[in-house]
Design a protein around this ligand. Sequence first.
Ligand code: TRP
Length: 345
Amino acid sequence: MPDPQAKRRVFSGIQPTGNLHLGNYLGAIRRWVDGQGEKENFICVVDLHAVTIYQDPDDLRDQTRRLMAFLLASGIDPDRTTLFVQSHVRAHAEGAWLLNCVTPVGWLERMVQYKMKSALQESVLTGLMTYPVLQAADILLYSAHEVPVGEDQKQHIELARDIAQRFNQHYGDDTLVVPEPMIAKAGARIMALDDPTAKMSKSAASKRGHAVGMADPDDEIRYALRRAVTDSGRDIVFSDDPEKAGVNNLLTIYQVVTRKTPEETVADFADARGYGDLKNAVADVVVEALAPIRERYEQLMGDPAELDRLMAIGADHARSVAEPKVAEMKEKMGFIVPADLRPGG
Ligand code: TRP
């Protein structure tokens, strides 16, 4: 019987590639921070996923540390969230193999993200195709009930559901929990400052003026926001008119950062003389919100031993959940599981 007191499990993953920006923080990371305690959270820095496209080895190591430091600096609390690096828990690779063997190739060929990413590659790595199977392993090894993701990941979570159901059909009904995608509402979508019709992107974030980078100094943040694309009008209102996408995005940033309502947000600009005032006000609240995060981030980056210690704590706890699950899957599939690896053993 499931324990009625047990908290719902939430699993999320984030890749250690590209430049972390305000959209990642407001759209994903701050929600994880806010949700801590209420549910049982696992957050995984998915370095094994990153190498489905070639990564420079030194870069990958560096980016993995930076992302860990940013997540901690943003308020992910290791006492309330299991924050860990995917490759530190071998069960992910092992679980992915087991799930590869219940996943028809046709399911993977249909994935929109695979089609898009593989079209950009001269030679497509096998890992890029089986990427969503590894993602399914991430989720299923922790028996997660909920997976908070953006719209772009919905198909992968649906695939994880199909894989879980297929495994359960073949090997025993209640082995794997079938997870639910939790899609973030609109409004949390932060658009690019240089093109407010497209999402702020990690891969484009190195372009000056595209995004507010989490490590950017104050003057760079102000520069990017002051240059943000707007329109030739002067109305400071929320609007879904594509013409006003830039103003809408600036208001959204202001609203989400300050946690105000849309009405309060618009009221704050009742006396504004134009978009210049709007941009300055957005810059002020963003600079104020990011400064303490950047300070903690720099502290952590200057203390590698502390970062190692926190990574080890997360990995230990993650292993204690994932390893018995893999053992259970192996037992159900007919492998001989040695006594010391048996679930509960
Ligand atoms: N594919 C996800 C992304 O690119 C990252 C990811 C990997 C993930 N494993 C996951 C997200 C498990 C949620 C759950 O955003």
